[in-house]
Design a protein around this ligand. Sequence first.
Ligand SMILES: [Zn+2]
Length: 359
Amino acid sequence: MKTAMRFGGTSLRAAALGVLALAGLAMQPAAAEERAKDLFGARKLPAVTAAQSIGFYSKGCFAGGVAIPMDGPTWEVMRPSRNRRWGHPALIALIERLSRDATADGWPGLLIGDISQPRGGPMTSGHASHQIGLDADIWLTPMPSRPLSMAQRESISATLMVDEKTHLVKDALWTPAHTRLLRRAASYPQVERILVNPGIKKKLCDTVRGDRTWLRKVRPFWGHDYHFHMRIGCQPGSPGCKAQETTPADDGCGKPLAWWFTQEPWRPNKNPDAPKARDLMTMANLPRECRAVLDAPGPVSAEAATYRGGSAAVAASEPEAAPPPPITTGGNALPASMNAFTSTPEIGVPLPRPRPPMN
Ligand SMILES: [Zn+2]
């Protein structure tokens, strides 16, 4: 009996070890499928390489990112604890330029919302896009005259510009300066799209006189009622950056806008708890170069990779990693239905201006 028990115990132990070994094997694919948002969300500093966007706005990453300084003469970064003030140097330069131009237009400076994580990729919360360093959210609330403390930047709310029931802009809040700000942002050749709430698009459609060509770039989308979203095109030096379809040539004030004022876009989500694409993406869903971006060395500090007016401090006490090789595949595609920004076929896009000089 005793012997049998011991034998039985040994067998059990052996069996248990076998299960553990199997579990160990199973761990490897599980680890490989770690969520990309957790891996990219954990990177506090950028990949120190030449600036390069890889993949699509909602499925990619970027290297050589720089941070916009927390404060400038004409801007303040909001929600600093999120560490999302990183972007392609061309985007950061353009945001700074917009802040100066907008101030000259009578807007008292920009409050800057989310740009990207230091190496882009899917975010731990929020946005589907903002993954390749070419998207930025800018508040529709002007910069207050007194500097905001870091605590205030975490806590104060942006102004909701749109009535949630009618989806129309609150007329008491909208000013000609808001229109000028959006027109200025749309005026830059690098900017391909500006996303705003349909109510804001309608306000522009109803009120803009004279040149209306810029309305083409202003696109209605859910949300975007506290801020607008500025998207620039793929930049030179990014062969793996996947361009978005150009917007139609008309002002977009006709039928496509009317759809937003029907019931259809606002039907309650039947499955509100269903995970979003950014929650499910693994490294296998991203372009394979994003693994190299994730693993590339970082700068010594955020300060060392902070953009300084045209000469980005690309930091560099660490050896430069070789830039990732040109992209050849788009990674394993997620079902299109899972992606709010379904990628579009490659088409010719106007070449943006050369990127700013870098050290
Ligand atoms: Zn955005």
